[in-house]
Design a protein around this ligand. Structure first.
Ligand code: CO
Ligand code: CO
Ligand code: CO
Length: 336
């Protein structure tokens, strides 16, 4: 979900009281969870956006991986999906066919069945999916629940917003940033299954609000959730994974995604950044991520095991920080 003024409107929905509603709109989580039986809860989410990359097949793959991500972030297993399509009149329909093919191939990889969808004519292409997943009602992982002493683990490197902007402006070619494209296409399925097995306290996926934006949501949600604790998050910049190309691009060009600035302004008074954090690193910490990884808050004694299991499954993961007790207000500290 986006985090601009529009998203703020959508956050303020009427309060719903329903004993089966496990996660509703009041959480800044990107999926809703509703208990059907003692063993099964349904997870609902949707995501769609304009092409961030020229190749339609690749865009379809990335869009699907991104739409499924909110189910994985909650520890769920996606089962069904429906297309959301906006397409200009008169534009070559083979472009749409390629987008759908990329998406369907990704859904197949995830074991998800495409059951339909809806399309409209629009000035600009937009594509995404609504996704339905399943999770055990007792095993829902939300962005609330981080506890003092937890270690913070991040999967996937940061910086795809800067990279896709440079691609769009013709500053780089897709073959220069194949690694970033591969990461955007990668499902968060293995990370999700592994964190379910290990047992973690909180998780969120890193998308449009940038690394620090989603981290802040975790900090705030954990202070207001079902069992609130006063916490703040501390990150070690040395352990933050960035795409080298993103660092290079952000150094060279002033033409960054606009969202970096709006994310930075929105979070301004909540972030403490050590002087040793370079301006390039700081920019990337606010960079909007398309189909980013998972930020996981895991009890310290299980953190090593989580990392080992992720590495064994060939998931790129880093231990990037920890959760501390903090009384007054949630902050994010980035130190060296
Ligand atoms: Co989302
Ligand atoms: Co999300
Ligand atoms: Co319809």
């Amino acid at each position: 979900m986006g985090h601009d003024a529009l998203a703020q409107v959508l956050r303020h929905l009427p309060k719903v009281i329903d004993k089966n509603l496990i996660v509703g709109a009041q959480h800044a989580d990107d999926a809703g969870v509703y208990k059907l039986t003692d063993d099964i809860a349904v997870v609902n989410t949707l995501d769609f956006f304009p092409p961030i990359i020229d190749d339609p097949y690749t865009f379809g793959q990335i869009s699907a991986a991104n739409a499924l991500s909110d189910v994985y972030a909650m520890g769920g297993v996606p089962r069904l999906a429906m297309n959301i399509v906006a397409f200009p009149a008169g534009l070559d329909l083979s472009i749409l066919q390629e987008i759908i093919k990329g998406s369907t191939d990704k859904l197949k990889e995830a074991g998800v069945i495409l059951v339909g969808g809806h399309s409209i004519e629009d000035k600009e292409i937009k594509y995404g999916l609504s996704v339905t997943g399943l999770v055990h009602p007792q095993k829902v992982i939300t962005n609330a629940g981080a506890k003092p002493g937890d270690k913070l683990v991040l999967t996937k490197p940061i910086g795809v917003g800067v990279i896709t902007t440079a691609l769009k402006n013709g500053k780089i070619k897709p073959e220069d940033v194949q690694d970033a494209i591969e990461f955007m296409k990668a499902l968060n399925d293995k990370s999700s299954a592994i964190m379910q097995e290990i047992g973690v306290n909180a998780c969120t996926d890193i998308t449009g609000f940038g690394f620090l934006g989603h981290a802040m949501e975790m900090a705030e949600a954990s202070r207001t959730g079902v069992s609130p604790v006063n916490i703040a998050l501390v990150f070690n910049i040395k352990n933050m994974p960035f795409f080298p190309k993103a660092i290079e691009l952000v150094k060279k060009s002033k033409n960054h995604p606009k969202t970096i600035k709006s994310n930075r302004e929105y979070l301004a008074d909540k972030i403490k950044m050590s002087d040793s954090v370079t301006p390039e690193q700081a920019n990337l910490l606010y960079d909007p991520q398309t189909s980013g990884g998972l930020l996981i808050s895991v009890p310290s004694e299980r953190s090593q095991k989580l990392l080992e299991r992720l590495f064994a499954a060939k998931v790129s993961a880093s231990m990037i920080g920890e959760v501390i007790a903090k009384i007054d207000r949630p902050t994010l500290t980035v130190k060296s």
